[in-house]
Ligand binder design. Structure first.
Ligand SMILES: Nc1nc2c(ncn2[C@@H]2O[C@H](COP(=O)(O)OP(=O)(O)O)[C@@H](O)[C@H]2O)c(=O)[nH]1
Ligand SMILES: [Mg+2]
Length: 295
């Protein structure tokens, strides 16, 4: 018997519920995935709360509304939300967008819970977008601290008595099925310069990830080891401050031209370069097989 034809998902659904610090898979969402027999490109966004993550994911869906924005200070997205749309470029593929709850929410103040959401986003996605505001400074890198704990949460093989050599081997195994990495910097206000020399976005990212002589280097090292494919996009603010509260109702042409241009490049990069999710051994994943992650 043939599987039913997948209908368009009008709006996002909750995939992982987060209630009082307990994560639970939402069955209706996995049932939906079960019905997708197409290969899936899975793009997840992570980062601090209220940095414009949901807004950016709606851009990838090609919709003005979808993932709920936190227009008030209370952040809206709890857990992980999912939106499956026909892939705009790759025919016969489904684009699965995963929007995660913001990390570092003071009201929640539960770092362990944050780390699990971060780990799940990595395991589920073929491209991970790390979203941050301002500049890529020490703080921004250190806010990605969860990356240093990944080896504690994600195990490629059964645990054994480990040595330093084993650890290196494990790192290499990790990389095989880790997503490619995109850093989206929002509301950037500086010039793209290093020591007075003009640089491009990717050079800016690589410079920020260069090991410093004295600093705490672990997050930089982990990002470089686990995510060999890295790309950076630098956005200016999309609108003047007085208009920002109505961002959701603004049309594309009302946004600042520079924001429009970067958003266009960002979406194009994701559509063209983001690959089908693969499992260990390089097998492509369909919605149906993605759903078995939760079994
Ligand atoms: N300053 C600024 N605000 C933005 C940007 N993108 C979205 N916003 C606004 O910031 C608020 C939070 O956005 P949201 O996407 O919900 O952030 P999230 O919590 O990271 O998902 C909303 O009012 C958005 O309209 C941006 O690039 N810059
Ligand atoms: Mg959000």
């Amino acid at each position: 018997k043939r599987a039913p034809i997948v209908t368009v998902m009008e709006s996002p659904v909750c995939l992982i519920e987060n209630i009082d610090g307990t994560l639970r898979v939402v069955q209706e969402a996995t049932e939906y995935l079960m019905r997708i027999n197409q290969p899936v490109v899975v793009v997840a966004v992570v980062g601090l709360y209220r940095t414009g993550k949901s807004y950016l994911m709606n851009k990838l869906a090609g919709k003005r509304k979808g993932f709920a924005l936190g227009a008030t200070v209370q952040s809206k997205t709890k857990g992980i939300w999912m939106w499956c749309v026909p892939h705009p470029v790759k025919e016969g593929h489904t684009l699965v967008l995963l929007d995660t709850e913001g990390l570092g929410d003071v009201e929640k103040g539960d770092q362990k819970n944050d780390a699990w959401i971060f780990s799940l986003a990595i395991l589920l996605s073929s491209t991970l977008v790390y979203n941050s505001r301002g500049t890529i400074d020490n703080q921004a890198v250190e806010n990605l601290q969860y990356v240093t704990e990944l080896t504690e949460r994600i195990k490629v093989k059964a645990p054994s008595a480990s040595s330093a050599e084993d650890d290196d081997a494990e790192d290499a195994q990790f990389v095989q099925f880790f997503p490619s990495f995109v850093w989206a910097v929002r509301d950037f206000t500086l010039l793209l310069e290093i020591d007075g020399r003009q640089v491009n976005e990717d050079q800016y990212l690589e410079h920020a990830l260069t090991l410093k002589k004295v600093d705490y280097n672990l997050p930089r090292e982990c990002i470089r080891n686990y995510f060999p494919t890295r790309k950076c996009f630098i956005f200016e603010t999309p609108a003047p401050p007085e208009k920002m509260a109505h961002l959701e109702s603004m049309t594309e042409s009302e946004l600042s031209p520079s924001f429009q241009a970067v958003a266009f490049d960002f979406c194009n990069y994701i559509f063209k370069e983001s690959s089908v999710k693969k499992v260990k051994g390089g097998l492509p994943v369909t919605g149906r097989s993605e759903s078995t992650v939760f079994k």
